[in-house]
Design a protein around this ligand. Structure first.
Ligand code: ASP
Length: 585
């Protein structure tokens, strides 16, 4: 038997008990006549004591030889501590050790295994197994397990069944590049790793399973932005005989369950906002509604004077920053510089201070009078003491820039409290998205998303106007889930593929199986997928999803611990009938 108790378990009532503990040496403190050792495992830390009066000289000498992270087993008696440690759950007791066994010595770890470590990210990732011993990461993984468990519990109770779908498949278009896997048995042919189980879950509906879910890995070979992983986990779901309303209700239920069970928070019915409304009021299809600063569109009240910059703009819009009137000229200049950085790309910013006496002072007083500025204040819902920040230009860029400013100001004002949760549904997304470079249209969600009833005809005349039965769940400015009601009819699916630029043959070659299935009695169906990594991080009140993944990849898609990706040897290449260009192989 390695242990009778864990290192987080013993308390005052256990005093006098003989115990066996196993764990890692966190710390050794040698005071000469007495040696204390902190012994750690997943459950906590228990203090071991060796002293000249009660311990043999040999044992004391052995204790002195212990190094950090040695794995040891001790036998001993639980005794009361003279100086108690209220910070520690086991802080009232210690173990008077009578026997010690080194199960495995350890090299000196490259960083300290403490809550606040001295290890930088690269080092922590290279030695992730040591990082996982630290409370912040360990607790995150335990938290993640709890969230996953609650998901399974809730969905099973609602009649969903968990079905696994294959990883070695053919491309599924979710808008990213596929990771491909060469087939040895079928030379010259490749599998693709699923960007999501999209087509399979639809086929499960054709198969009559009615309510499916799966906590599943998805793979997308995208250029990695901060905090994006090439492999990530989805809570993937699909339901048959449902309309949008049914899906929204089911997954609002799941989200509410998680907020309640995990965070103890009850939320009102989630607000809903159309995509158009979200873009107009927040400049963003995943608005953070924990705070106001809604956009006011100012074209009507700003384009009647001689201010050419506004007159030439497609959109003039502003936000009222609470309390911002107190910003100094220099601070406002800094803000303007911040907006002008290439990452944001604004040309400049017009501002209006809403003074305490009810008057306005703007950077464009030459062009606008108090009456004009009052109208701007009304449109942006500005109060005295606020600063109205106004941007202008083409609609899309102005919205994006103003949204960035809104988020930045909220951050500076401390309005993005991670422990406040503000979910909402964004609905009625456009069906298609235009690639500005090529002019081609892509599915905004994916090609299996159905247009709103009666809008199919618009595809030919006004593709930008077609709205989809597609929805996103947004939480604190993050898209945590997205889905749609699907096309379940072969003819409509073919029309869709045609509009997305697939020839009949291409569509057949890639998705023939799905269109065939649609001819054998496909029920109306729809679904959604939540990004589990991000959901867990948000529920955990944190930003970095990497800290909630046991073995994450870095920003170049590398696992620096196992050093992957890596070349494969010649024999393997040969077996796969592959040859590398510019390579001896
Ligand atoms: N497959 C979609 C995605 O991964 C989700 C869905 O439509 O259910 O975003």
């Amino acid at each position: 038997m390695y242990r009778s108790h864990t290192c987080g378990e013993l308390r005052t009532p256990d005093i006098g008990t003989r115990v066996i503990l196993s764990g890692w040496v966190q710390k050794v403190r040698d005071k000469g006549f007495v040696v204390w050792v902190d012994l750690r495992d997943r459950y906590g830390i228990t203090q071991l004591v060796f002293d000249e009066q009660r311990t043999t000289a040999t044992l004391l000498a052995e204790a002195r030889k212990l190094g950090r992270e040695f794995v040891i087993q001790v036998h001993g008696e639980v005794i009361e501590r003279t100086s108690k440690n209220p910070q520690l759950s086991t802080g009232d007791i210690e173990i008077l050790v009578s026997e010690i066994k080194i199960l495995n010595p350890a090299l000196l770890p490259p960083f300290t295994i403490e809550d606040d470590t001295d290890g930088g990210t690269d080092l922590r990732m290279k030695y992730r197994y040591l990082d996982i011993r630290r409370n912040p990461i360990k607790n995150n993984l335990i938290f993640r397990s709890k969230v996953a468990m609650e998901v399974r519990k809730y969905l099973s109770e609602q009649g969903f069944i968990e079905v696994e779908t294959p990883y070695l498949i053919k491309s599924t278009p979710e808008g990213a590049r596929d990771f491909v896997v060469p087939s040895r048995m079928n030379q010259g042919q490749f599998y693709a790793l699923p960007q999501s189980p999209q087509t399979f879950k639809q086929l499960l509906m054709v198969g009559g399973l009615d309510k499916y879910f799966q906590i599943v890995k998805c793979f997308r070979d995208e250029d990695l932005r901060a905090d994006r992983q090439p492999e990530f986990t989805q809570i993937d779901c699909e339901m048959a005989f449902v309309e949008q309303e049914d899906v929204l209700n089911a997954f609002e239920g799941l989200t509410r369950h998680l907020l309640k069970e995990i965070r103890g928070i009850e939320v009102e019915k989630f607000p809903r906002m159309t995509y158009d409304e979200a873009m107009k009021t927040y400049g963003n299809d995943k608005p953070d509604i924990r705070f106001e600063m809604r956009f006011g569109e100012l074209n009507a009240v700003s384009q009647h004077r001689d201010f050419q910059i506004f007159n030439a703009a497609e959109l003039v819009a502003g936000i009222a920053v609470p309390g911002g009137a107190s910003l100094t000229r220099k601070e406002i200049d800094h803000l303007t510089d911040w907006l002008r950085r290439p990452q944001i790309g604004a040309k400049g910013m017009v501002y209006v201070r809403c003074n305490e006496d009810g008057s306005y002072k703007s950077s464009v007083d030459k062009f606008y009078d108090q009456e004009d500025l009052k109208k701007w204040a009304e449109a942006t819902n500005a109060q005295t003491g606020d600063l109205i920040c106004v941007l202008s230009g083409d609609t899309m860029s102005t919205r994006t820039q103003l949204s960035a400013l809104r988020m930045e100001m909220a951050e500076r004002l401390g309005l993005r409290n991670p422990l406040v949760f503000a979910p909402l549904w964004v609905i009625d997304f456009p069906l298609l998205e235009k690639d500005e470079e090529t002019g081609d249209y892509h599915a905004m969600h994916h090609p299996f998303t159905s247009p709103k009833p009666g809008q199919l005809e618009l595809l030919d005349t006004d593709p930008d106007a077609v709205r989809a039965n597609a929805y996103d769940l947004v939480l604190n400015g993050n898209e945590i889930g997205g889905g749609s009601i699907r096309i379940h009819d072969k003819k409509m699916q073919s029309t869709m593929f045609r509009h997305l630029g697939f020839t009949e043959e291409e569509a057949r070659a890639q998705f023939g199986f799905l269109m065939d299935a649609f001819q054998y009695g496909a029920p109306p169906h729809g679904g959604i997928a939540f990004g589990l990594d991000r959901l867990v991080a948000i529920l955990g009140g944190q930003e970095t999803i990497r800290d909630f993944i046991a073995f994450p990849k870095n920003n170049s898609g590398r696992d620096v611990m196992i050093d992957a990706p890596a070349p494969i040897d010649k024999a393997q290449l040969k077996e796969l009938n592959l040859r590398l260009e510019n390579n001896e192989g």
